[in-house]
Design a protein around this ligand. Structure first.
Ligand code: PEP
Ligand code: MG
Length: 753
């Protein structure tokens, strides 16, 4: 095995270990396995890992393969102390043929390391945070080469995120041994990151929509006890909800129509507030009456077979939550979820929207996985989200302080001051759209001056503002399904027109790509039963197939899009095209829609540009023909990877198989790029591969010049592209597309760093 092969194998083993750790093995065992794997692969006599304890300002030896085991947990160094401390202090690798020759060398008594001459240490860093140091030692002098240092650096960066978790746990563990009297100890609940971000707040538990155990409890607080106070709370709640609805219709006009209407109706219902009032008049305290009546309703709704009825469980919880807060002595004005992190089961898009509108800080989805549209919606709404199946979540008392790190995928229960400080800093650092906007440039060029177009992927109207401030070159993908998913019936053509018009008007750059409805798969329209009864929905009546079966919906949407475009250039994109026939059929319907508009006196419009999404292996196969017929093509890489590899993009059990650098994926992309280039057909890329600098570099090398990505990611990608060279990228792409194993591909990419 070549040196490089063995390095790659080691990196793979280390990432497998990190995976094990994430799935709940103990830290000590994990670290011992790490040092064992690394020393074996690097053929070094000793491998040790030190973790930096910020509170103590010391590096502590946590595991070693080769050093005296009694030193583990005991040996500690200050930053700058010895060669290991120096690596941490100066944040650089230290490589010595004979460690003893370096003036910083410090012999550690009883370590057994006297006879080991060669020394290599690399700092483990995560962002700007110092996590620890990884050290190799060997008896033979001059044993470690530059490429060993490179390999160890790659391992350190691979491990950094996991070790940061370990560091946090250990700091907590060391504190738990001596907790201050009366201080509840911190605990960490692991999960899977879904939408990046940090949230700090108090726990509020809403169980699964269908659960009949979803009891409402009144949090510990001072409540007012008179009927008058109850009336005041009712008025206040009504007023808040009306204001909220108004504000939402301004900010999220596409999805917010009447979202709180059910709350308002329920609030004044005899069976709800009327029943509460009756109880209060017979001596029950108002907060108890609220809880009692609300629980009667949640039991009723939760038992229903109908998912829309089950959705009402959250409405009832929402309302009672608001009423209870407004009944408190020191109720704030907002009465909403400010300062709260919600732990909940299954979540519908409309439920997510309601929570986000009421300023929820973050969400932990318990048990159920998540769906692609919940992920996309939560991202657009800026709600950090993780999933977790740790049952202890449901036993966290309400109002317990929590800190959610949705970058890493964990929840801290009773976070201590240092964790809070760290996460607050991380939170502040991520809320920096204005800062990003200052550096955003209107155009993107590679180092050697090749222009690349970075466009925005837009899910909600609220994404437009960010897209404009970050200077997106138009919209590369507008996912039109959200207004459909949130409502309880198909939005009318007129409603759609108003939404699409705002999309066109809201974008300063005139290029707007409207994708027609992509429902089916995991995006289920609850009011359309046909879409709910498929055994394999991802292989079923999804996207363009749904529209071709439901032409009234299709024509309505097309007419709304064409009218919204007016005389401006727009692109219409058909998702999940599986044949040339699909595309030609859809194109005929667009032409028909234009003639309907003219016939009905609604105006004559230019023919929009029409494109096909390449997401299926069949579309890859037909790319040459599609490229000749279509005005443009768009590679939807989330689905392309899913269908090429046969890996469900929403199934966590196979998440590690969803590999965007798989040789089959790279080759499929190349075939499409070649077809588009040959036909001179513009090709844009959206989805996961458009956000990753490695795959973008590969695709640049194939001649692709348009990418669509979440607006907030545009400045980072602009920077990454400005450092790329088109000639080198072309050469590398050629080599990459010839490789046969994933291992070779990963090796190639890691050598580019
Ligand atoms: C894709 O498949 O890459 C894509 C952008 O579409 P969606 O994620 O909406 O399926
Ligand atoms: Mg797709």
């Amino acid at each position: 095995m070549s040196e490089r092969d063995s390095n790659i194998e080691m990196i793979c083993s280390v990432s497998e270990l990190a995976d094990l750790f994430r799935r709940g093995r103990d830290i000590k065992g994990f670290l011992s396995q790490v040092v064992h794997v690394v020393s074996r692969h690097m053929k070094a006599d000793i491998c040790s890992v030190y973790i930096f304890n910020e509170r103590l300002d010391r590096l502590v030896l946590q595991a070693s393969d080769g050093l005296n085991p009694l030193l583990v947990g005991q040996l500690s160094l200050a930053p700058g102390e010895g060669l290991t401390g120096l690596a941490l202090k100066e944040l650089r690798p230290i490589r010595e043929g004979r460690g003893q020759d370096n003036p910083y060398f410090k012999a550690i008594p009883n370590s057994g390391e006297e006879k080991y001459e060669s020394f290599l240490a690399v700092p483990i860093i995560r962002g700007i945070r110092r996590v620890g140091v990884l050290v190799l030692q060997d008896e033979q002098s001059g044993r470690f080469s530059k490429s060993d240092a490179q390999a160890l650096k790659a391992i350190a960066s691979q491990l950094a995120a996991t070790l940061e978790n370990a560091q946090l746990l250990m700091e907590m563990g060391s504190r738990d041994n001596n907790p201050a009297p009366g201080t509840p100890s911190s605990r960490l609940v692991r999960g899977t990151p879904v939408v990046d971000g940090v949230a700090l707040g108090a726990c509020y538990i809403v169980e699964a929509s269908g659960s009949d155990e979803s009891r409402i409890n009144a949090p510990d607080a001072e409540y007012r006890h008179t009927l008058e106070a109850f009336h005041e709370a009712l008025d206040r709640t009504e007023h808040q909800l009306e204001e909220l609805q108004e504000r939402l219709e301004e900010e999220l006009a596409d999805v917010a129509t009447l979202i709180f209407s059910a709350h308002l109706l329920m609030l004044r219902d005899e069976g709800f507030s009327g029943a509460m009032e009756e109880q209060i008049k017979t001596g029950t305290r108002p907060h108890e009456a609220i809880v009692d009546v609300a629980n009667g309703y949640t039991r009723l709704f939760a038992a229903s077979e109908n998912p829309r009825m089950r959705e009402k469980v959250l409405d009832i919880r929402d309302l009672s939550h608001r009423l209870l807060r407004n009944l408190q002595d020191e109720a704030g004005d907002e009465g909403d979820y400010v300062g709260q992190i919600i732990i909940t089961g299954e979540l519908l898009p409309s439920e997510l929207l309601k929570l986000a509108a009421q300023n929820v800080e973050g969400i932990v989805l318990f048990g159920a996985g998540t769906t692609a549209h919940i992920t996309v919606l939560a991202r657009s709404l800026g709600v950090p989200l993780i999933t977790s199946d740790d049952e202890s979540l449901l036993r966290i008392p309400e109002d317990t302080p929590l800190a959610l790190d949705a970058f890493q995928g964990f929840l801290l229960v009773h976070p201590d001051d240092s964790a809070l400080e760290r996460l607050q800093a991380l939170k502040d650092g991520t809320e920096r759209i204005e800062e990003l906007a200052q550096n955003a440039q209107p155009e993107t060029h590679t180092e050697d001056g090749v222009q690349v177009h970075l466009r925005a992927t837009v899910n909600l109207l609220s994404d437009l503002k960010i897209a404009c401030s970050l200077k997106a070159e138009g919209i590369g993908l507008y996912r039109s399904e959200f207004p459909f998913l949130i409502r309880s019936d198909f939005p009318s053509e007129e409603e759609q027109y108003r939404i699409y018009k705002q999309v066109v008007d809201g974008m300063k750059n005139p290029l707007v790509t409207f994708r027609t409805l992509d429902v089916g798969g995991d995006k289920i329209l609850s009011y359309f039963p046909e879409s709910q009864e498929e055994a394999n929905p991802f292989l079923g009546l999804r996207a363009i197939r749904f529209l071709l079966e439901n032409k009234k919906v299709f024509v309505g949407q097309l007419k709304a899009m064409i009218r919204a475009g007016g005389n401006q250039r727009i692109r219409i994109l058909f998702p999940l095209v599986s044949s040339l026939d699909d595309f030609l059929y859809a194109r005929r319907i667009v032409l028909k829609s234009l003639s309907f508009l003219a016939r009905d006196g609604l105006g004559r419009y230019p023919v929009p540009e029409m494109g096909a999404m390449i997401e299926l292996p069949s579309a890859v196969e037909m790319a040459p023909e599609l490229a000749k017929e279509a005005d443009f093509l768009s590679l939807g890489t989330n689905d392309l990877v899913q269908y090429t590899l046969g890996v469900d993009r929403t199934n966590e059990k196979v998440a590690s198989l969803f590999e965007i650098r798989h040789p089959a994926v790279l080759r499929a992309v190349k075939r499409v790029a070649d077809a588009a280039n040959a036909a001179n057909c513009p090709l844009s890329v959206c989805g996961i591969m458009a956000k990753n600098p490695e795959t973008v570099r590969y695709m640049m090398g194939l001649g692709i010049r348009e990418f669509s990505l979440e607006p907030a990611l545009i400045p980072g990608m602009q920077q990454a592209i400005s450092k790329m060279n088109s000639t080198t990228a072309r050469k590398d792409a050629k080599s990459l597309s010839g490789l046969g194993t994933l291992k070779e591909v990963l090796e190639f990419f890691s050598a580019l760093e």
